[in-house]
Design a protein around this ligand. Sequence first.
Ligand code: ZN
Length: 537
Amino acid sequence: MPLHFQRRMKRAASILAGLLLACAAVGCQGAAPAQSSPAPTSPQGQFAELANLYFMGLEDKQQVGVTQAYIDYKGACAYAIEYPATGNEMIDARIKEIVAQIRADFDQTYAAFVADGDASVSYQTGFEAELYVGYQTYLGVDKTLSVVFEESQTVRNGNSPYEGVHTHVFDLSSGKELNESDVWKEGYRAAVSAYAAKHFGNATFAEDLIEPSYREHIADAPQNFTQYALTNDGVRFYFDKYSILPGSYGIVQMDVPYAALADVLNVDITQSAVVPEPNTGMHALPAATETAAPTVAPTAAPSAKPASTPKPAATATPAATNPPASARKIDPNKPMVALTFDDGPSVKYGNQILDTLEKHGQVATFFELGNLMAAHPQVDQRAAGLGCEIGSHTYSHKNLNKLTAEQVKEEIAKTDEVFKRVLGHPSVLIRPPYGNINKTVQACLGEHAAVNWSVDTLDWKSKNVEQIIETVKKEGNLDGKVILMHSIYASSAQAVEELVPYLLEQGYQLVTVSELITYKHHESIQMGKVYGYRYFR
Ligand code: ZN
C-alpha cells in the first residue's frame, strides 16, 4: 500500500477540532459528553487551546502520514493525541499500539500520584492530569521510515511537565519495525560517543554543558543513544531534557551525517531517501472569542483594567525615580504578589530580568539549579545583592518522586554545597522540579520548606511575550499569589519588562516568597512544610 505523503495545507486547519466534534458525535469510548463547541473557558475548551499550542511546534517535521488526532477525557485526565496514518497496515497497527502504550504509562503515572494523595486539580483546565502526544516522521536511507513521538505530561497544577521522545524505525518494504541490531553494527555506540564529544565540545555548547551528567549521557554505555531517527541525510539522536544541556534547550537533538557513521550502520546508506515536498499546514483550533472578564480587583489597587489596556512602554519610568529595592517598605495591608523564576541561572536572561527589577527597585525569587549555579555564580550573587530571594530547584532537575530518599537528599545537599560556596548560606526554600513532591520527598526536606505556585504563565510552552502577559492579566486578583515563570527564555525576560511596571501600576507590591508568607499570611516559614497551590490562592 502506498504511503500517504502529507500535504495538508490549510485543509488541516481544524483537524483537531473536527475530530473532537466527530468523536463526540459518534460517542467515542471514553470521550467527553457531546459538546458541539466548548466555550474556551470550559475545561475542555482550555485544554484544546493548550493542545493546539503543543502541536503547532511539531508540524514542520512531519514528512509522511496523514495526521490522526483526537482529544479524549477519562475521569480527571485529559488526552490530546496526534499520530500519523501512513497507509501501510503493519506500520499503522504498530503505531496505534505505541500510542496506547504511552497512554497506559501516563495513566499509571497519574494513578501513582493519586495513590500518594498528591493529585490536585489544574487551575489551567480543571483537569488533574494532561497528556499531549505529537509526532515527527522522517524518510531515511534504505527505505526506512522513522516515527518520533514527542510526549508532554502535566500532572498537578499545570506545572512544567515531563517531556520525552519515543523513536521507532520501520522498514517500508516489509512494514516491520527495525531493532537496534537491524540498524546498527555492534559497537556503534563508541563511534557515536566520539562524535558526540566533538559535537558538544565545541564553543556553541561548551559553556552550557551540565557536568558530570553530560559525560554520563554521551558515554559508550548500553543505556545511551537508544533514541534516534534516520532522516534524509543522517541520524538524528535525541537526549532527554536537562540531561546534557539546561532546560532551555528542551529535548536536545544531535544530527550526524550518514557518512560519519558509515562503518557502524547496518542499513544501506547508498539507497538515499526520497522525500516529498514539505507540508505547509498549520493547526488552528477555533479562536478564543471571549476575553475573560477580570475578576475582583485587589482592594487597594485601582479597578482591574480590561485585558485590552495598552501596555505601558518598558522605558516609561526612568530608573532615577525609583528607590533601590533595599529601601523597600512592605505594607501588609496593601496587595502583594511574588514573581518566581525557575530553571536558571541564565547569564543572559537572568541578568535581563535583574536589569528590569533593578530599574524599578523591585525583587523576585529565583529557584536555581545547583549544577548551573556552580557554573555561573555571578547571576545569583547579583540577585541576592538586589534583595532578591534565591531558592533551590535541586541540583539536576530530576523528578524527585521517582528517586529514593537517599537520592532526594543528595539532590538537596549537593545544591546546598553550591549555595554555601556562592551565597554563603544553604537554601531554605526548595521548589521541586515539575512541582512534584510526594510523602517520601517531603520527609527529606529537613531544614527546608517546599514552595510551588498558584499562577502558571506557561512561558516555557508558549514562549510568547503577549501570551505570558495575557495569562497574568486574565488571572484577575493577584493579591497573595505566586507567579511561575522561567529565567531561561528570551520571551520570559521580555515579558518581565512589561509585567513589572504593569503590576506596580495595578497597585501591587512585588515581594519575595518568604516575604509573602510573612506579610500576607503572618507566618514564619515552617521547615518541612509544602506551600502549594491552595496556600497561595
Ligand atoms: Zn524546572
